[in-house]
Design a protein around this ligand. Structure first.
Ligand code: ATP
Length: 323
């Protein structure tokens, strides 16, 4: 990304937002910077209480979509949160939204606790601050000035600020950035527990394994266009399961399987996709009758990365057909 700005939208008290099944709706969203079309006809909706993963390569347009939802840039199209339209001039629905976009904008000479106090709203401000410090396990450093924070500590505080005022919709741009494995797990658990309380999340992340664990739905974008918007289950189902087999002679085994019409990808182990009419019994009998010793065999599900590559390859093929 060639620009680097820091935006932190604070959360406010819930107000009178109605609970809708489709909590957020984006229709015909277009955005250009000068002559550059960055978002091209983006359409998707988010159900209340769902975690939606926003996935795409660097520069695909994820942050721009988030900024449009937050009404901090001009755009063509329509965005509604709980049936109320958002635009650069209409921010009312954002009263129930918390967001961390890019890097948290922190005051270096305030402690984390002071920073949280500054943005907490409502009568129970001190309780909110204490709650979020506890939920994000920030007790150890909450009373230190933020200028001494590591990247991970800053990121935690940024997420804490986004969640502080009990938002109904939370938008997080790469929230796992800089977090160690323990902090990543703590944040993941917190997001899932907030979701179970009905909070809706839009989360972009390059850590696909993280999104795979928490997202209910996914929106994949490429060069500013939606490639697919579907459930995580559907996206993963698009990727076939396979067996990984290691034998005393992988080359001989691969040749034998290929001659018998199996698909084989040779890696450290042999990867055999489970296609229609696949029978593990038949495969094992074939290997045993050829006196091949099986050293290891395991079945694996497709993962998000593979599914995405398939989806993006498919799009490449479609585009190729159009050319
Ligand atoms: N203010 C701006 N002026 C001009 N071009 C911009 C501006 N903001 C974003 N862009 C361009 O819009 C495109 C999408 O950027 P965006 O930041 O939304 O991508 P992203 O998917 O969030 O990428 P990353 O994963 O690297 O954060 C990029 O080509 C970027 O260069």
């Amino acid at each position: 990304m060639f620009y680097c700005i820091s935006v932190l939208i604070q959360t406010y008290d819930k107000g009178e937002i109605h609970l809708e099944t489709n909590f957020l709706e984006i229709s015909n969203l277009h955005k250009s910077f000068g002559h550059k079309n960055v978002l091209k006809n983006i359409n998707f909706s988010m159900q209340k209480g769902h975690i939606v993963g926003l996935i795409g390569a660097n520069g695909a347009g994820k942050t721009t979509i988030m900024k449009a939802i937050l009404g901090i840039l001009t755009f063509d199209g329509k965005i509604t949160i709980a049936n109320q339209e958002v635009s650069i001039n209409q921010h009312r629905p954002l009263e129930s939204v918390g967001a961390l976009i890019e890097y948290p904008g922190l005051y270096p000479y305030l402690t984390g606790r002071e920073q949280l106090r500054l943005f907490a709203t409502g009568k129970n401000r001190e309780e909110k601050v204490n709650n979020i410090i506890q939920k994000l396990h920030m007790e150890r450093f909450a009373n230190q000035k933020t200028k001494s924070y590591s990247l991970g500590m800053k990121q935690k505080l940024g997420v804490g600020l986004a969640l502080l005022n009990d938002p109904q919709l939370v938008i997080l741009d790469e929230p796992m950035n800089g977090l160690d494995p323990k902090a990543t797990k703590e944040l993941r658990d917190l997001i899932v527990s907030e979701k179970n309380n009905g909070v809706t999340f839009l989360i972009s992340s390059h850590i696909l394994s993280e999104l795979q664990r928490i997202a209910d739905d996914v929106v994949v974008i490429n060069h500013g266009e939606i490639v697919t918007a579907t459930t995580m289950e559907n996206l993963l189902a698009a990727n076939k399961k396979f067996y990984l087999i290691e034998t005393d002679n992988n080359q001989l085994t691969a040749d034998l399987l290929l001659r018998n019409n199996y698909q084989v990808e040779q890696q450290a182990a042999l990867k055999i996709p489970i296609t229609d009419n696949f029978s593990i019994n038949n495969l094992l009998q074939l290997l045993l009758s050829a006196n091949i010793t099986i050293l290891d065999i395991k079945q694996q599900d497709g993962d998000l990365e593979e599914s995405l590559l398939q989806v993006l390859d498919g799009q490449g093929a479609q585009n190729d057909n159009l050319n």
